[in-house]
Design a protein around this ligand. Structure first.
Ligand code: MGD
Ligand code: MGD
Ligand code: SF4
Ligand code: MO
Length: 691
């Protein structure tokens, strides 16, 4: 069956585009022939000529022999018409029996803005289901929630990344950018070359901590106490920028009172960070004319992640940083379109433009753009883990359409999630490869990859970028936009579901107009001419907004809000049976659930399987050496990994990457009450020797 090219763009050598992986969205030029040639772009400030090993090897998945090229219907090859007919028919039956919410949708922060927008529109307008959420809930939702309540807006970095080079101090809590965004380090190195200081907070002495002037090494799950302690010292040592606090913020008195009890010795007992080191950190930050405080997943992926980020934002506000040129608070966003993916309506409570789905004005605006009545828009649905947990259970959805995520590997308590997926009447997965989740699906739809289509992504700075098509997709695959149109045609009619990304983007611009994330003035032409445009950008003659908080914050009174927060222990603490903390994260060579990077030989040559990082003291007690196989036993499951004995980790903590199936069998789905973020970064385990 013939396929149509989605973009209409000439496929050319050296197409200027961006990496398929993380939120740095390094610029690259791609030429696809028998082999794929990738050259870093100099004109994209985030990477300015740099790439990490994943970026250099990003061509391999394009030409992989494991590529899916045929729809699969109950395990058998099928034509697109057969597959889409069955999906549409089953959706109709299930919704007849269970109502619109009988069918759910799950998206991803790796999808382009156009796909994320169209997926949300498809769910609300065609399926009329409220049951849509996405993997960004597992990613930066805590930082987003805290930024929204402090600043009235969540834009990962509310300043260009190059501002960091001009700072005098930067504190990164729970981010290992040297492995997760290697070219990011250039900006930090430039800062240090000028005499600026880097402070890193991480239970492991990571590659990033190795470049720091000061490393604070807390017990996992104690960053909130640490941030309260740092603010206590800031106040006690007279580092509060009183003038800024008076002019630009509200609510400081309650926070000042709430940190009074967090004296340094108490914080040392909870976090394990020596008082002297906390004082040093405060000296570095307090003495800096320009400084930034950044958080990554290490501080955020906790059942108290939102409050933890609020505590770091309070610290930044007391020091007078946000909204000042060259200073601020920022979240180091994760996925390729982690920022844009959280703005355009694939989130349970959201409509395009970062609008709230329960706001009548927002509903009226978006309904007008979509040509429907506001009352035909469903309300808010379940958050990602709650949605996955409800599948196939009493009252939960009976069908799931999944685009751009692999929750069997990446969701917390993954064994339970796999069981829920297995209990569905219909699971449809669109993917490039046979992921662990696709392997459970009734219908698998093979889709195009980054370099085979055009579309926009919004990087961690809030800069909207254009990925240009560089290759013709293999025969048999369709873009996600084509898949959504194919289903829309069968369920409601094709109108409103074009397959040209530019057409979708032009509608997204209108749908986002007037919203927080306003893209109205951004065009493909402008992005190309200006190497990206910062939102908000309400009009074509508007320059875009690199630093949105210089004059006022996005709150009703223009002031940033201090939010008093309290520390509490992890939801699952260590005990006699499970005496060790397990924390999880990433290694340089692999990406996320590994579906793409586990198919790249050069990356497998670096790390090919899951490992368990443990301290030499613990290894000695267990009589374990590097290379031995270990069983990691938790309350929800068991997994295995190869021991890596390393003095860089705390002796009470073990670390495992989540790029291979296994570790998420153990992780705790306890959710943050505000963001609904699971506690990926701490649960209790014991180690046993395997075999
Ligand atoms: N190589 C690679 N790069 C990636 C990705 C990838 O999969 N692989 N994914 C992208 C995505 S989606 C994301 S979200 C980002 C994530 O980027 P990061 O946040 O940098 O990545 P993580 O490795 O998840 O966590 C960072 C650090 O948190 C530490 N940590 C663990 N528990 C705690 C704690 O309780 N407190 C503190 N302070 N630190 C803790 C870990 O030791 C780890 O070094 O990376 C992006 N870039
Ligand atoms: N233990 C633990 N678990 C974690 C984390 C952690 O730190 N620790 N981090 C969490 C975080 S921050 C994240 S972001 C999640 C990520 O975890 P996932 O949500 O599983 O994300 P990916 O592994 O990137 O899965 C993307 C899937 O979509 C496919 N894909 C790529 N591009 C496209 C596209 O354009 N269209 C379609 N249809 N498919 C596409 C890929 O092949 C892959 O199978 O994991 C979370 N899980
Ligand atoms: S994975 Fe991230 S850091 Fe590496 S090349 Fe791609 S965008 Fe750049
Ligand atoms: Mo992420």
């Amino acid at each position: 069956m013939p396929i149509s090219l989605s973009a209409g763009t000439p496929v050319k050598a050296g197409a200027a585009t961006h990496c398929p992986y993380c939120a740095l969205q390094c610029g690259m030029r791609v030429t696809v022939g028998e082999t794929v040639t990738i050259v870093p772009r100099q004109d994209v400030p985030a990477n300015a000529g740099g790439l990490c090993q994943k970026g250099w090897t990003a061509g391999e998945p394009l030409t992989s022999g494991e590529r899916l090229t045929t729809p699969l219907l109950y395990g058998e090859a099928a034509t697109w018409d057969e597959a889409l007919d069955v999906v549409a028919e089953r959706i109709r039956e299930i919704q007849r029996e269970h109502g619109p919410d009988g069918v759910a949708v799950f998206g991803g922060g790796g999808l382009t803005n156009e796909k994320a927008y169209q997926l949300g529109k498809f769910a609300r307008m065609v399926l009329r289901t409220s049951q849509i959420d996405y993997n960004g809930r597992f990613c930066m939702s805590s930082a987003a929630a805290a930024a929204n309540r402090a600043f009235g807006m969540d834009r990962g970095l509310p300043f260009p990344i190059t501002d960091l080079a001009a700072a005098d101090a930067v504190l990164i809590a729970g981010g290992n950018v040297a492995e997760t965004m290697p070219p990011f380090v250039r900006h930090l190195a430039a800062m240090r070359d000028r005499g600026g200081r880097l402070v890193v907070v991480d239970p492991r002495a990571t590659a990033t901590a190795g470049q720091a002037d000061l490393h604070l090494q807390p017990t996992p799950g104690t960053d909130l106490a640490l941030a309260l302690g740092l603010l206590h010292i800031v106040i006690a040592e007279g580092h509060v920028d009183e003038d800024y606090v008076t002019r630009r913020t509200s609510g400081f008195d309650a926070v000042r009172t709430s940190v009074a009890a967090w004296w340094p010795e108490r914080v040392e007992r909870i976090t394990g960070v020596p008082v002297a080191r906390m004082r040093l950190a405060v000296e570095m930050l307090g003495g800096a004319a320009r400084a930034a405080i950044l958080t990554g997943r290490g501080a955020e992926q906790h059942a108290k992640g939102t409050d933890t980020v609020s505590a770091f934002i309070n610290l930044a506000l007391a020091l007078g940083l946000p909204g000042r040129e060259g200073s601020g608070y920022g979240c180091v966003t994760g996925q390729g379109n982690g920022q844009g993916g959280r703005e355009h309506g694939q989130k349970a409570d959201q409509l395009p433009g970062y609008r709230r789905i329960d706001d009548p004005a927002a509903r009226a605006h978006v309904a007008r753009v979509w040509g429907i009545a506001p009352e035909d828009l469903p309300g808010p649905g379940r958050s990602a883990y709650e949605l996955l947990e409800s599948l196939g259970a009493g009252g939960g959805p009976r069908a799931l359409l999944l685009f751009g995520s692999n929750p069997v590997v990446s969701a917390p308590r993954a064994g339970h999630v796999a069981e829920r997926l297995g209990s569905l009447d219909l699971l449809v997965v669109s993917d490039l490869f046979m992921s662990e989740t696709a392997a459970l699906a009734d219908v698998v739809l093979p889709t195009t990859q980054w370099a085979e289509e055009s579309g926009t992504v919004t990087n961690l700075e809030g800069r909207v970028l254009l990925r240009r098509q560089a290759a013709v997709p293999p025969a048999g695959v369709r873009s996600d936009l084509e898949i959504l149109r194919g289903l829309a045609v069968r369920l409601r009619g094709a109108e409103g579901f074009p397959t040209d990304p530019r057409e979708v983007f032009d509608e997204l611009r209108r749908a986002s107009a007037g919203g927080t994330a306003d893209y109205a003035g951004i065009t493909y032409e402008r992005i190309a001419a200006e190497t990206g445009v910062f939102w908000p950008c309400p009009a074509e003659d508007h320059p875009g907004t690199p630093r949105p908080f210089l004059d006022r914050f996005a709150t009703p009174d223009g002031r940033a809000r201090f939010v008093p927060v309290e520390h509490r222990p992890p939801r699952e603490d260590v005990d006699g049976d499970y005496p060790l903390y397990l924390t999880t994260g990433r290694v340089l060579a692999h990406y996320q659930s590994g579906v793409q990077t586990r198919r790249v030989a050069a990356l497998n040559a670096v790390v090919a399987e899951a490992f368990v990082e443990l301290h030499p003291d613990l290894a000695e007690r267990m009589e374990v050496s590097s290379g031995d196989r270990l069983r990691v036993v938790g309350r929800r499951g068991v997994t295995e990994g190869v021991a890596r004995v390393n003095p860089a980790i705390r002796a009470d903590t073990v670390f495992m990457p989540f790029h291979w199936p296994g570790v998420n069998l153990l992780t705790n789905p306890a959710l943050d009450p505000v963001s609904r973020m699971p506690e990926f970064k701490v649960c209790a385990v014991r180690l046993e020797r395997a075999g």
